[in-house]
Design a protein around this ligand. Sequence first.
Ligand code: NAD
Length: 344
Amino acid sequence: MHFISKKLLSLFSITWVYVVESDYIIVTGGAGYIGSHTCKALHQSGYIPVVMDDLSSGSKEFVKWGPLEEGNILDKDWIFSVFDKYHPKAVMHFAAKISVDESINDPLSYYHVNFSGSLNLLDAIRHFKVKIFIFSSSCSVYGNPINIPVDETHPLNPLCPYARTKLFFEEALKDCSKAYGFNYGILRYFNAAGCDKDMESGFTKDNKSFISIATKASLERKPLNIFGNDYDTRDGTCIRDFIHVADLADAHVLTLNHIIKKNESLLLNLGSEKGYSIKEVVQELQKISENYLGVLYGPKRDGDIVTMIADSTKAKNTLNWTAQHNLEDILQTSYQWQKKITKD
Ligand SMILES: NC(=O)c1ccc[n+]([C@@H]2O[C@H](COP(=O)([O-])OP(=O)(O)OC[C@H]3O[C@@H](n4cnc5c(N)ncnc54)[C@H](O)[C@@H]3O)[C@@H](O)[C@H]2O)c1
């Protein structure tokens, strides 16, 4: 009797797995900057984001739109236990170490987390037959551009270990997708910036992105260090393509829906297609902030790319996606968020 009921039960559970479509989306690094904004967008689109994060640079306070599973992606048993619990429809993989400088001084830790940790996720994808894997890649895989704007066919020449971990994993992902029969979305972000307009999420207090540091300097009335003002650009400072984090979050949901609908893999640049020099960003910030922002020019840093601007035509054509937020939106939301976290 016991045997029969157990068998029946297991039959039921098998049926359940096949009948009920999972709305769970695993979001590794979902307690971090871009991951948390994407969790909000997923939630607004009816998905349930399950955050897998070790909170090394993310924060529990950013996990608001689904459960948090705390652990390290280097721990394969933990990954398998979380996949077994939720049987996700897709994986969005943001978790990574993200400092270029640190990756030069301690490359092994970058290859471990960003490459081996990511491979652990592919093991789980294969084992649990998850059909979609969306990966946070970076425009740093292109190195110093030969032509601008940079589209997805531009030669790849990563200049630091961080960028190489991104490129190597892209290649591993493509191989595994072909061999194990799942689709991927490789999304190469340009410079993520800005914060949630409702102030529900933003960058962490120790975020090292330029706009986060600039808004902090402005609020604390401290001078801002700028590295290099004799580059071959219109005003001597580097030029970057800043893309609002809410636009990146939307692109993830569109990529997910596209892959579900069309059953095809995608590799896309995500940028605003506009280049602003560091000096221009400071001038814009000056207009919206209450305090004067002093600037100190220091020497150039090794490995800094001079000009980086995206060609995102492919994302426009495949997803009907373009950046909806401009530099002013980015600076306004960043400044308001910085004010909020400085007060807390
Ligand atoms: N910020 C940018 O401009 C930018 C540009 C291109 C690509 N990216 C990529 O986007 C992704 C997200 O970046 P972000 O700016 O939100 O960074 P972030 O540091 O805010 O987020 C990373 C998250 O991953 C978690 N994490 C790190 N190591 C982990 C580990 N071993 N196990 C589990 N969780 C771990 C952190 O706690 C954090 O919550 C990264 O893969 C990054 O390389 C970012």
